[in-house]
Design a protein around this ligand. Structure first.
Ligand SMILES: [Zn+2]
Length: 61
């Protein structure tokens, strides 16, 4: 499915494609607008819907 997220650096809305198999995973993809590396976290919510959260790479986990 396609999710819209906002870049943590420049705030631009970008679309990412995720699927259930990526749930629980984290990956980094460069912003299409400002080219900085966005950390994506894919999770599954209580209703089974995928949740995509984004962080800048300087945040610690
Ligand atoms: Zn950006």
């Amino acid at each position: 499915m396609v999710k819209d997220v906002n870049c943590p650096y420049c705030g631009e809305s970008i679309s990412v494609v995720v699927d259930e198999q990526e749930a629980g995973h984290q990956y980094i993809e460069d912003c299409q607008v400002c080219c900085r590396p966005i950390v994506f976290n894919i999770a599954v919510g209580g209703d089974g819907a995928l949740i995509v959260s984004v962080h800048n790479e300087n945040e610690t986990f």
